[in-house]
Design a protein around this ligand. Structure first.
Ligand SMILES: Nc1ncnc2c1ncn2[C@@H]1O[C@H](COP(=O)(O)OP(=O)(O)OP(=O)(O)O)[C@@H](O)[C@H]1O
Ligand SMILES: [Mg+2]
Length: 342
């Protein structure tokens, strides 16, 4: 029997700064060669978690293992395995992009010739060859980010931490970075990226862990998170907007409710059961009542709805009650409500 050790194992990790409990007992695993999206709003504890995992901050309690090495007790071994791109690009401004990369190669004990070749290759890979000779202080935000990521890849890390890698990037640079992350994962690198954007987590991550106020409040694939918040919703648009109240009454009387009326868009919404039987039933009921339908749409709550709903849930009590429980009660319509309130 083979037991596979996850590339990253986090067990009940906690960190307090003064009065601030930045991370309060976070646990998750990241299997090798996969991408985990650590999603959370400002101040959720993302950077603190990443800094603990990359040996920059010592955990107060709990433990974290990178390929089996403990970040607190075996920091040196961990550092040989990881690469890290911080939330704020850490490039030396006074020297050129090429020199930044060359220096890191030398720090990694490469010989001069190999260091030169690696610096050249990285500049090319990140489309920085032309700018490579200029001082980094003249680089745009996107160029700095690319240089920073290039620097973190020089040591060919098995595990890469990216803290909000695309914040502040234009869509083109963001897509380029996404492709780079996908390529790394396809080649077996394990990636933990933090983000405030559900869209980014869905685009890149095999699994998502949502944290808020230092605690894990949900985890799963993007699809699972969507399903947790609410199944699809059926929008029924009658031909005559004056029929809206009658449509609602007819559907509710047939037991298909609760039905929400959206006067502004001239439609009613009803939570859809998973088999979709409800669609046929709704059409039959409205036909029998002589209420003509202009449109039927099934809608999935957007991932932003999911994220907003999750993080809008009241903080979980600290007595160990399941943190996920209140989310279910936020319910199907919670996502929709958040959306329309936005
Ligand atoms: N070195 C520190 N000293 C004091 N408080 C800190 C320190 N680092 C983080 N904190 C606090 O810990 C909490 C979590 O911060 P952290 O930077 O981990 O959040 P984050 O999820 O990365 O947020 P953001 O999305 O804004 O980057 C915040 O309340 C923050 O003010
Ligand atoms: Mg942060």
């Amino acid at each position: 029997m083979t037991i596979t050790t996850p590339a990253i194992r986090v067990e009940d990790l906690a960190k307090t700064f003064g009065e601030t409990r930045a991370v309060r007992g976070v646990s998750f695993d990241v299997p090798e060669g996969t991408v985990l999206g650590l999603l959370g709003p400002n101040g959720a504890g993302k950077t603190t978690t990443v800094r603990m995992l990359s040996t920059l901050v010592r955990p107060d309690s709990g433990r974290a293992l990178i390929h089996g090495y403990d970040v607190a007790r075996q920091a040196r071994e961990v550092r040989c395995l990881i690469g890290m791109t911080g939330q704020y690009a850490a490039v030396d401004e006074d020297i050129s992009g090429w020199e930044n990369l060359y220096l890191i190669c030398r720090l990694l004990s490469m010989g001069r010739a190999q260091a030169r070749a690696s610096a050249d290759a990285m500049l090319e890979r990140f489309h920085l060859t032309e700018a490579g000779g200029r001082p980094a202080k003249g680089y745009s935000g996107g160029m700095r980010r690319r240089l920073d990521l290039a620097a973190s890849l020089l040591g060919e890390p098995k595990v890469l931490f990216l803290d909000e890698p695309t914040t502040g990037l234009d869509p083109q640079s963001r897509n380029a970075l996404w492709n780079e992350v996908r390529g790394l994962a396809a080649n077996g690198t394990t990636v933990l990226l933090t983000t405030q954007y559900m869209e980014e987590a869905e685009a890149l991550a095999d699994a998502i862990t949502v944290i808020d106020r230092g605690e894990v409040i949900a985890s799963g694939t993007a699809l699972e998170l969507r399903e947790r918040i609410g199944g699809p919703v059926l929008h029924v648009t009658p031909q005559l907007s004056g029929d809206l109240p009658a449509v609602r009454r007819a559907l509710e009387r047939a037991g298909l409710g609760p039905v929400g009326v959206d006067e502004r868009d001239g439609l009613v919404r009803l939570p859809l059961d998973h088999e979709g039987r409800l669609i046929t039933e709704a059409v039959r009921v409205l036909g029998a009542c002589g209420l003509p339908i202009a449109r039927l749409d099934t809608r999935v709550p957007s991932l932003d709805d999911v994220f907003l709903t999750l993080t809008a849930a009241p903080a979980a009590p600290q007595d160990g009650a399941a943190p996920v429980a209140p989310l279910t009660t936020a319910g199907r319509t919670g996502a929709e409500t958040t959306r329309s309130a936005a």
